[in-house]
Design a protein around this ligand. Structure first.
Ligand SMILES: [Zn+2]
Ligand SMILES: [Zn+2]
Length: 242
């Protein structure tokens, strides 16, 4: 049986795998030693403080029992799982768009602060950022009522994998995949510090929301981007989202 203690081992395993792929096919040169310290500190804060607080807050803010019609629970589990991911991903797109608006931006900008991209660069998220990003999944969770426990473990692992995958420093040119799914180079444009890329490619899993709602930038026509934010505030203000 998987326990909380297994996650550090799984994390290290995935970390080695992601790093090996990045070393084989890097999109840009990267000095790991120069960047890993910042992100390990961010990871420690995330795992020991932000994640437990966010889970605690999310559980108290959300009472989703009556959001969905009971008839949806009669659908096969696979259909409900597809609905769960589709609706939650749409909600996530909407919230991500909101975070790029002027007044909500301070709680999200920490995520955009690294001037580099690699698998661990996406770890930075303030408590309100995490709570808001959890909301769509929490609201859609009743769709998975009575699903087996292993499915929730898989969903948790998928979320971890997805966040690391889309920040990876790899060259990945899969056109057909990008018509539907977010790839590293697709999400890298979202982290670009060019003004014309601000608020572009907001999708986390599916790229169709960007195409439907007009925030899509085709990765095929974009070369040589750099990352980070202009005039970042102090690290404490970044991490607190104020
Ligand atoms: Zn963003
Ligand atoms: Zn990101």
């Amino acid at each position: 049986m998987m326990s909380y203690l297994h996650w550090p081992i799984i994390f290290c395993g995935f970390g080695l795998l992601f790093t090996a792929v990045e070393l084989m096919r890097p999109a840009r040169p990267l000095n790991y030693r120069a960047v890993i310290k910042n992100d390990l500190v961010a990871l420690g804060i995330y795992g020991l403080l932000f994640l437990p607080v966010s889970i605690w807050l999310s559980g108290r803010l959300i009472k989703p029992d009556h959001v969905f019609l009971r008839s949806l629970l009669d659908l096969p589990l696979l259909v409900r799982l597809i609905l769960y991911y589709g609706l939650a991903d749409l909600g996530l797109y909407g919230l991500h768009r909101l975070m790029h608006s002027r007044y909500v931006w301070p709680i999200h900008r920490w995520h955009h602060s690294p001037p580099y991209m690699y698998w661990l660069a996406g770890i930075r998220a303030t408590v309100p950022n995490q709570v808001l990003f959890n909301l769509p999944f929490a609201f859609c969770a009743p769709l998975l009522h009575h699903a087996p426990a292993w499915l929730f473990m898989l969903i948790f692992a998928e979320g971890f994998f997805q966040n690391n995958w889309m920040h990876m420093n790899v060259t990945w040119r899969s056109r057909w995949l990008e018509w539907v799914f977010v790839t590293p180079r697709y999400h890298h444009i979202h982290h670009s510090n060019r003004p014309e890329h601000h608020g572009a490619n907001l999708g986390s899993r599916l790229t169709i929301w960007d195409q439907i709602f007009g925030t899509y930038v085709d990765p095929e026509g974009v070369e040589d981007i750099t990352f980070g934010i202009e005039r970042p505030p102090s690290p404490a203000r970044l991490a607190l989202g104020i």
